[in-house]
Design a protein around this ligand. Structure first.
Ligand code: 5GP
Ligand code: ZN
Length: 115
């Protein structure tokens, strides 16, 4: 399958790993929008949040466990934000479910995110 994040998971495209287990891979975003910006993705190809079902949703719960662990390990006690973009209107550019974790500064809540 011609999926950028599947290629990152299988090592075809290099990435800077943050965390990995049998279900999940986490790596730094190539174009960070905050001092800390990494992505957490399921190893199984799911095209986005709209493709989460009763059959595959367990990995989403696991991803949030992983996010809690990583952010604790990184000492992000000041807070962090988790974002997933789904579809063109939300600006989803890679059609493989991914959760952005951003932190390291006081984050605004702009019209870009809300309007
Ligand atoms: P989206 O816009 O779909 O929510 O997020 C896709 C994210 O993937 C963007 O923040 C973009 O910077 C990141 N990205 C795109 N290509 C690569 C890549 O080859 N390596 C890494 N590490 N991140 C990438
Ligand atoms: Zn994929």
């Amino acid at each position: 399958m011609d999926c950028l994040f599947c290629k990152i998971i299988n090592g075809e495209i290099p990435s800077k790993k943050v965390y990995e287990d049998d279900q999940v891979y986490a790596f730094y975003d190539i174009a960070p929008i905050a001092p800390v910006h990494f992505l957490v993705i399921p190893k199984q190809h799911i095209s986005g949040a709209a493709a989460v079902t009763a059959e595959n949703s367990a990995v989403v719960a696991h991803i949030f466990e992983v996010i809690a662990k990583i952010t604790k390990d990184m000492g992000l006690d000041g807070g962090f934000r988790v974002i997933t973009n789904n579809g063109d209107d939300a600006g989803q550019t890679v059609k493989h479910l991914h959760f952005h974790v951003i932190a390291g500064k006081k984050l605004g809540w702009s019209s870009e995110q809300g309007d």
